[in-house]
Design a protein around this ligand. Structure first.
Ligand code: FES
Length: 113
């Protein structure tokens, strides 16, 4: 069982990056809901962040890839603009227990970028 963090450890409307073994994750809180994605752009397989924990575009309405600018919706991770339009970030399943984010097993295997 892998506990990522408490929901209160992620600010509303913000992202945080996590590493769980070899797996790099994006955690996002939007309207009180948590979304988890693998930190791997479907275009070239690169990590997305501009700076540590900073995955959002300027007005914080999309997750944006820092390499070529692909834009992903916050709620589904679908790319709506950029070279991988139509592809999606890989979602990670989880459960909440007393506010702790518990990752569903098995975790996905990552491919080195
Ligand atoms: S690697 Fe993300 S848009 Fe190209």
């Amino acid at each position: 069982m892998t506990t990522l963090c408490h929901v209160d450890d992620i600010a509303e409307g913000k992202t945080r990056g996590f590493e769980v073994g070899e797996l790099k994750l994006i955690a996002l809180k939007k309207n009180g809901s948590i979304h988890l994605y693998v930190n791997r752009c479907p275009h070239l397989g690169l990590n997305l962040e501009f700076q540590p924990h900073d995955f959002l575009n300027y007005d914080e309405t999309f997750i944006q890839c820092s390499t070529h600018g692909a834009m992903f919706t916050l709620e589904t991770g679908e790319c709506v603009l950029g070279p991988c339009k139509g592809a999606s970030l890989q979602e990670i399943g989880f459960t909440l227990e007393d506010g702790e984010i518990i990752l569903n097993e098995p975790l996905p295997v990552t491919i080195e970028s």
